[in-house]
Design a protein around this ligand. Sequence first.
Ligand code: IPD
Ligand code: CA
Length: 289
Amino acid sequence: MADLNLQEIHDFMISIAKQAGERIIAAKPTTEGAGSKKNSVDLVTETDRAVETLVSTSLRERYPDFSFMGEETYKPGDKLTAAPTFICDPIDGTTNFVHRYPYVSISLGFAVDLEPTIGIVYNPFTQALYSAIKGQGAYLNQTHKLPLSPPTPLDTLNSCLVAVEWGSDRSGNDFKVKSETFKRLAATKENGGGMVHGLRSFGSAALNLCGVASGGLDIYWEAGCWAWDVCAGWVILTESGGKMVDANPGNWAPRVDERRYFAVRGGEAQKEIIEEFWGLVDGAFEVGI
Ligand code: IPD
Ligand code: CA
């Protein structure tokens, strides 16, 4: 990695994310001419594809030796390698985009040796730009260091605000693990639950990770999403002091393409909260295994 100019790559990625943002803002958010992928809730639009083309073309032109992985051009069996790789979700929060709910981002990550190394997450509707380079801190709009303002102490699970997502798999083992765990997290202590302050489902993995990095959310837990949903947010999270572990109990060091993720913001009780949360997970996810 020594000969990579990470700052220059980061700056170029920001300029591409801003261009992508303009394209997203200008678009008519409809599934006409596009539609759904795996099932009727796995949406895709012409804009998802157009933005990915814009991003991949610009990155390949500037960095012809680097690899590129994007949601809209991924083929089953494609594997992330140790080569320097841009990992892009052109629109994270497509369902929100289609419904005109402004929790939408472009998620642009860069991994080296399979390690998330640069992360850019940009919401063009709110103009919130989150960015980080491994080892150099995480920022909002390149000026405000994350976490924002002194966050309240991270004490116990029952004082946490937790982001979870239903995702697009709506049956089978993993759907059951999610639904049952959601109930356990919400239930009272007397009933064996976590009695967390609240559960939130905003619809963008990348922005959820930035929410945890910022300190407004304490936890984000999900299985089923992909490397392009999390690579960028991962760097922003860990550079803010947060930690990423596996959504299934026991694995403290998931890969970026593990497809099971559990992010906790920085704070003294981080390890204890991870263990307490894992104790409430009802079953085990099969995705990624
Ligand atoms: C989705 C979002 C959502 C998460 C799904 C992702 P998309 O990405 O990040 O929050 O629950 O697993 O697939 O489809 O909007 O790019
Ligand atoms: Ca997407």
